[in-house]
Design a protein around this ligand. Structure first.
Ligand code: SF4
Ligand code: SF4
Length: 363
């Protein structure tokens, strides 16, 4: 839902560059476009079987989680999409960073039988010196032969291509939430703005059916893409991870200038509500000064109606162990109740104009 168009939006739209700074650009599959600066756009247009001459867009998604209650109003269907421009050190969903579908390996489930290595027609699965599965190279063509022979289910495909029409149909299976749970659909990820055409088309169709729409985004995207998606959105949930740009870059790989500028532009153009999420990362952004600066920034924005503090989530330890990866935040504990209360009071006492909640131990 957008009031006006920003002239800078058009300037930055569709700037297809030849930058190879994104590690995935060298092996982009059909439908992906390298936009430079570490960004890849996915959004293949395919002929619509329903409307002659019309186009629908396909995107890469992971799954839909039902009964979500922390990701917008009411009970929601939460769609996870692939692709994220940031690389947060504490990332909880590393399987959603890459934009394309990929094979993931679960070390805990693996029986080290070696069947997958034999089955791979490209010979890209490897065993280490101890004859244990050692992973695969990036040339995988997703033929699925390794999945067929892996009886314990240690290998899985994360991500699939789907058309906007198909995904909307999936969401509509949860229409009971929309009518009786006062909920709707939330697109999350990854980051929904990573695939702007696809997200915009999915949200447009949902709104056309009267479904309340929300996205969760980090907003580190050209304003043209932000506008495109939010034109079909009722509520925006956006992260502010740090008010200091250098520290933001240390934690996420990118500075915060574009994000804060987008907040200000949306305060002018977006007609829906904005909720700010602060994922509290111990020792990174959970100090008094950063929370106060974030709240002060939010106070200047008319469209911001709430700030949610998200205590550090330690559950991904198990996920990283399954992947055989050392998580940088292993052993780091969630903020205490007393500390959360202090931070909560900093937010609510800032200008007193919006609500503040703490959301579980999850984000
Ligand atoms: S999906 Fe196919 S190409 Fe990829 S690792 Fe498995 S068997 Fe090999
Ligand atoms: S990943 Fe599956 S098929 Fe491959 S060695 Fe492990 S258990 Fe066997």
């Amino acid at each position: 839902m957008i009031k006006t168009k920003d002239s800078s939006a058009n300037a930055s739209n569709g700037t297809i560059g030849a930058s190879m700074s994104n590690p995935y650009c060298a092996k982009l599959k059909s439908g992906f476009t390298c936009l430079g600066g570490g960004r890849v756009r996915y959004g293949r247009q395919v002929a619509s079987p329903h409307k002659k001459g019309d186009k629908m867009v396909s995107g890469i998604v992971k799954n839909i989680e039902e009964n979500a209650v922390h990701d917008g109003s009411g009970i929601r269907a939460l769609g996870f999409m692939k692709g994220c421009i940031m690389h947060c050190r504490w990332c909880q969903n590393p399987e959603l960073i890459r934009p394309d579908p990929e094979i993931w390996y679960n070390k805990v489930l693996c029986k080290e039988c070696g069947k997958c290595v034999e089955a791979c027609p490209l010979g890209i699965l490897t065993l280490d010196v101890n004859n244990k599965f050692a992973g695969h190279k990036d040339e995988c063509n997703l033929c699925g032969e390794c999945l067929k022979v892996c009886d314990p289910g240690a290998l899985s495909l994360v991500g699939e291509e789907i058309t906007s029409d198909e995904w909307v149909k999936h969401f509509m299976r949860y229409s009971l939430y929309f009518n009786h749970g006062k909920g709707g659909v939330t697109l999350s990820g990854g980051d929904p703005i990573y695939q702007p055409e696809f997200s915009a088309e999915v949200l447009r169709q949902l709104q056309e059916k009267g479904v309340h729409t929300t996205i969760e985004s980090a907003l580190h995207y050209p304003y043209a893409d932000v506008l495109k998606v939010l034109s079909h959105c009722d509520t925006l949930i956006a992260d502010i991870k740090h008010m200091n740009s250098e520290k933001h870059k240390w934690g996420t790989g990118v500075g915060n200038k574009l994000i804060l500028e987008n907040f200000k532009k949306l305060d002018r153009d977006f007609e829906g509500e904005i909720h700010i999420h602060i994922p509290l990362v111990p020792g990174f952004n959970d100090d008094d000064e950063n929370i106060r600066r974030t709240a002060d920034f939010a106070c200047m924005l008319d469209k911001v109606v709430g700030i949610d503090l998200l205590p550090f989530n330690t559950l991904p330890v198990a996920k990283f162990e399954a992947l055989g990866v050392d998580w940088e935040y292993k052993g780091v504990e969630m903020q205490s109740k007393e500390r959360l209360k202090e931070l909560f009071e900093i937010v609510t006492s800032s200008c007193g104009k919006f609500s503040c909640t703490t959301i579980g131990g999850l984000w």
